[in-house]
Structure formats: C-alpha cells, structure tokens
Design a protein around this ligand. Structure first.
Ligand SMILES: [Mg+2]
Length: 382
C-alpha cells in the first residue's frame, strides 16, 4: 500500500483538515491546524507531502521521525501541527488496514468511557451562572471558563474581585459534585496569579490553566509552589522536550493538543513521560471532529488521563459551522452523563462527511484571534 494523494481543506469556523488517500482505496483524515494560522500550516502540509507521496502509510513512526527531524530547522507550532495532522491520518489508515480502533493498536482500552467538559463563556457572573446551569442540565459533570478578560500585569482589587465573583458564581450552580476549571489563557503574570490563586482556592477549581505564557515556563515552579490549586499547561507546547520544564516545575495536568504537539504518536509519548511525575493528561481540543476523535483514542489508551476538552457549542463559533457538521454520524460524540463511550469502529472511529467538507472548503475562512489593547492603548494578551 502506498500513499497516492494528500489534500487539505480550509473549513469554517477556523479549521484545516487533511485527507490522505492510498492506492488501495483506504482514506485517512487528519486535522493539521494552528488556530489563526491555518493557511500557513496548509503550506507546511504541502511541503511535507512531497516526502509522503509514494510511501507505505503503515510505517507511521518512521514517517514521524523523518517529517519531524528530516528538516534541519524543526519544531514550532506550524511544522509540529502539520506533522500532527498527517500523523492522525496515518493512524486512521492503520486502524482501517488492521480492522481495529487506534486505541486497540496502542495496547487496548484502559477505560470504558471518557469524561469531557464544556466551555462556558460570558464575562458577566450572571451569564456564567446561566451557562453553567445549561451544561448541568445537559448532564455535564465539568465546565471550564476563562478567569478574566484582559488582565493588568499587577491585577487591581477590582480585577481580582471579578475573577472571584465569576468562579464563585460557577461553584454555586455546580455544587460540590461537579468541577470547574479556570483558564488564565496566558493573560496573567507570575505576580498576578500569585495574588489571584489564593482567593479562588476556596472554591476548589479542578485546575488553573496556562497561568503563565509558555515563554515564562521557568517561573512555573514558583507558581506551583505558591498555588493550592493544581496547575495545568501545555496547549502551546509542541513536543515532549517542551513539556519537561513544566513537569519538573510540578505541574499537575498536561494539555498537549493532538493537532499541535506531533499528533497521536507524540502525545502518547508525552503521556508516558508525565507518568513518573504523577501528572495527568487533559488534551486541549477546541478544534474539529478529527482532532477530537484523535484525542479520544489517546484518552482510551492512556492510564494517566484526567478529562477531555471538546468544542461542541463553543463560544468561538457563534452559531456558524460546528464540529458535528463534518461527520456522517454524530453518535461517536454523543455525551452520556458527561462522558463519551468507547468507539469500536476502526481507525479514528468516525466517518468524515466528505461532501460536507468539500462544500465548506469552497467557503473557507480567514479566522484570526482578536488583538486586545489595555486602556492606555498598549498590547494586551488575548
Ligand atoms: Mg486554554
């Protein structure tokens, strides 16, 4: 079997899919994307495809090595995400070739269902309460919310109080039996989170996410030491070496993204690397159905796994295209009491609606993240 064709599809709301075809008719799908830079990743996929065409798709590890290391300049979000999407597609093909779900090829399932969480948006504590109530009503056992909007380097009393009010509002609706995770989105400084975290600790968040930007990973140890709340990070890290500093800092939760951190092959290794540190995986996934399917295959085969993010109904999409628009059957993504059941189908376990993908790609997208400013006009982290 040989890889005969690789296509990419830029589809709303902000995603990029790849379709890898073989001369024996098997087709694998992947999701190589960096949100806001999808066209750049598309070019990287085209360059990497030069190597893959004509190769045996079942030599996944060999191809991962060459795709990742075969260029003298390597790593970073664009190249690692391009490799990630192609890696997902190769695992999808392998599963079909061997007649097994990917998690079976990775050693078999270690759990029967996977806990998922939903995003709750809104800046007003009242809106938070309503959004959380809707998720509880839908059966979810955990939600995640942003800690704040733009945040001053040294948070003011009002900013701290706003964060506390929002977390308190979520906890009040959730009760003690459900969880809330708090995402700082890299908007805070080390001094800022050290001021805020003790104030929200009484509400027992599941974890706080990205308290610092990735380039301040050398300060994570101080934050972890000062924080009673478990610290999570990793959605902007692109390979196992980059996870070493957070692990050594004592981070509790790693959040590699299946579409950024080298795909199924590399995230599996990141999970194994986390184990001796006692850290657990909660893969980042505000993306489409292929990235979520790949995440679930890792979740079902990784012992040190905590919870899975997913984007169904997420606030970024604002009524536009949605994850379920691109699959023939939504059943693999149906939530039962806040969990997803183990897929039995070969490969990634979903059937991509190719006609819907091709139609959506004719529309395309040019999604960019907002650029925020502080009140004085200076740049603010989004
Ligand atoms: Mg995040």
């Amino acid at each position: 079997m040989k890889i005969s064709r690789i296509e990419t599809f830029l589809v709303p709301p902000r995603w990029l899919f790849c379709r890898v075809e073989t001369d024996e008719g098997l087709i694998g799908w992947g999701e190589p994307v960096v949100e806001g830079r999808a066209e750049v990743v598309r070019s990287a996929v085209e360059v990497l495809s030069e190597y893959l065409i004509g190769e045996d798709p079942l030599r996944i590890e060999q191809h991962w090595q060459v795709l990742t290391k075969g260029g003298f300049y390597r790593g970073g979000p664009v190249l690692s995400s391009a490799v990630a999407g192609l890696d997902q597609a190769l695992w999808d093909i392998a599963g079909q070739a061997y007649g097994a779900p990917v998690h079976a090829l990775l050693g078999g399932p270690v759990r029967d269902r996977v806990r998922v969480y939903s995003w709750v948006g809104g800046d007003d504590p009242n809106e938070i309460a309503e959004a959380v109530a809707a998720q509880v009503e839908a059966g979810m056992t955990a939600v995640k919310m942003n800690a704040s909007g733009q945040l001053s380097a040294i948070p003011t009393a009002a900013e701290v109080a706003n964060v506390v009010r929002r977390v308190a509002a979520a906890r009040e609706v959730l009760g003690d039996g459900r969880d809330v995770a708090i995402d700082f989105h890299g908007r805070a400084t080390a001094a800022g989170v050290r001021r805020i975290l003790p104030e929200i600790a009484p509400f027992h968040p599941l974890f706080v996410e990205e308290p610092l930007l990735p380039e301040q990973a050398h300060l994570l140890h101080d934050v972890v030491t000062a924080s009673p709340v478990p610290v999570a990070t990793g959605e902007r890290l692109f390979g196992r070496a980059e996870f070493l500093t957070p692990l050594q800092a004592g981070v509790a939760v790693l959040q590699p993204d299946l579409s950024h951190a080298g795909g199924i092959s590399e995230v599996r290794r990141i999970g194994a690397m986390a184990e001796p540190y006692g850290a657990v995986l909660a893969p980042h996934c505000p993306l489409g159905p292929i990235a979520l399917a790949a995440s679930l295959q890792i979740a079902f085969s990784t012992p040190n796994f905590l919870i899975q993010e997913q984007s169904i109904g997420m606030h970024y999409h604002d009524g536009g295209a949605e994850l379920l628009d691109y699959v023939v059957d939504p059943e693999p993504f149906r939530f039962v009491n806040g969990h997803i059941r183990r897929p039995e189908a070969p490969g990634l376990g979903i059937t991509v609606d190719e006609a819907a993908v091709r139609a959506a790609a004719r529309e395309g997208h040019a999604w960019r993240n907002p650029v925020w400013r502080h009140d004085d006009g200076s740049f603010a982290e989004w």
